[in-house]
Design a protein around this ligand. Structure first.
Ligand code: T4K
Length: 380
């Protein structure tokens, strides 16, 4: 098979971390060194926590060493047990945090447009063991938060949002982290905003603050009292310091990504068999976290897997987020809710999605070349 387009000289990944000016980092590190305080709720941590409240538009927040531990603590803090209804179309961390809490994940099918949990199907999955809903704003697209809350209220269920991809998203000016009982944000290096590793929980109920902060610090109340079996979920001073610096970079990064997204659309909107996930929803400020295509094999003439593999020959490393479905992992496929009959939409869509390179360091020329390569696959 002839390679018609020229491969890139350097690998093009799905993302690259946003890196602040190194001198600025050194200066900030000097502050940390001078303080001789590296973790355990130090001055950087306290500053960062305060600053983020405003950035995320939430009343309460707790910082964590990563998003997964944060989500484990969220389930603990709400005392979730038994069964929790979740989506199969997500990163492994989502169902795994339930397993780590001895909770059985119950997979519910997804909406064919947003790829989020189908709020209209949740009710059919509720049993006497159900204690909560763990929904994911996948790729930063908000779930149907009002419908989910309505179902939860009717059945007395807790709602936790995995908002790992949804930094900066709001609905009609309301921070996405204000919905449900608790939301989790990931600040992993691959996220638009990051602290190398890191995460946060946001919540409206101020009574949760004390419990969550105890749970992330071994349950230590003071030198004499340990009041619950907590874990080590603490964000370090260095993570918090990087976060403080990067907050000043995200607006520019979002603007760059806006141009990149526009270029992808200009190059691919007319290509039969290729569609974008919905980026623009009424009243929603978007995340600019991922650029996800859907490839209809029949209409495009090539499968998603063909495109993914072929791109590698051009030094372009796209990702099949989130394939395979969590419901087909060896640890979950035995569950009754994992049966493909229960998840027809998820099982169809999982073979169509492809996350494209999407970060501010890419030029318009890079994106045009990537799209030309993609278009050339049709004719091979
Ligand atoms: N819930 C959801 C819905 C999530 O998506 C995630 C994480 C979580 C929960 C858990 O949150 P955390 O505990 O992670 O805070 C990456 C990230 O590691 C993971 O955080 C993220 N979701 C997931 C969607 O993407 P991988 O396995 O794809 O990472 P990796 O190492 O293959 O990186 C992807 C590409 O990024 C590489 O090909 C190159 C580039 N890269 C990556 C790193 C780490 C760099 O250029 N530099 C880097 O330092 O999971």
């Amino acid at each position: 098979m002839a390679i018609r387009q020229k491969p890139f000289g350097q690998p093009i990944y799905v993302t690259r971390p946003l890196l602040p000016d190194l001198d600025q980092v050194k200066e900030k590190l000097k502050e940390v060194w001078d303080s001789q305080w590296l973790t355990n709720n130090g001055p950087q941590h306290q500053l960062f926590e305060k600053k983020l409240l405003g950035v995320l538009g939430v009343p309460h927040l707790s910082l964590f060493n990563n998003g997964t531990i944060a989500l484990i603590v969220a389930c603990q803090s709400l005392r979730l047990s038994g069964e929790v209804i979740t989506t199969p179309f997500t990163f492994p961390a989502t169902p795994h945090v339930l397993s780590w809490n001895n909770i059985r994940p119950v997979f519910c099918d997804i909406d064919p447009l947003t790829l989020n949990i189908d709020a209209d199907k949740i009710e059919t999955m509720i049993t006497p063991q159900t204690t909560g809903i763990l929904a994911v704003h996948v790729f930063g697209t908000p779930c149907d938060v009002s419908r989910i809350q309505e179902v939860a209220d009717r059945y007395g269920l807790r709602v936790v949002y995995d908002a790992a991809h949804a930094f900066g998203v709001d609905i009609e000016g309301e921070g996405i982290g204000t919905y449900g009982d608790i939301s989790m944000f990931s600040f992993h290096a691959t996220k638009l905003f990051h602290t190398t590793e890191g995460g946060a929980l946001t919540y409206n109920n101020e009574n949760l603050k004390q419990r969550i902060d105890l749970l992330k610090n071994f349950g230590i109340k003071n030198e004499e009292e340990v009041v619950m079996p907590g874990i080590n979920g603490k964000m370090t001073e260095i993570q918090a310091a990087i976060g403080m610096i990067l907050l000043d970079y995200i607006q520019e990064e979002r603007e760059k990504r806006e141009v990149i997204l526009k270029t992808y659309h200009e190059c691919l909107d007319d290509v039969e068999g290729i569609t974008f996930l919905p980026h623009d929803m009424d009243g929603v400020e978007k995340s600019f976290q991922y650029c996800v295509l859907r490839i209809d094999e029949h209409a495009f003439g090539r499968s998603r897997d063909f495109v993914y593999n072929e791109f590698k020959k051009y030094n372009v490393f796209t990702r099949k987020y989130f394939s395979p479905l969590c419901s087909s992992y060896t640890c979950y496929k035995h569950l009754p809710s994992s049966h493909p009959i229960n998840l027809p939409i998820a099982n169809r869509i999982v073979s169509e999605v492809l996350s494209m390179p999407f970060y501010g360091g890419l030029s318009t020329d890079d994106i045009t070349r990537i799209c030309d390569i993609l278009k050339s696959f049709r004719n091979q």
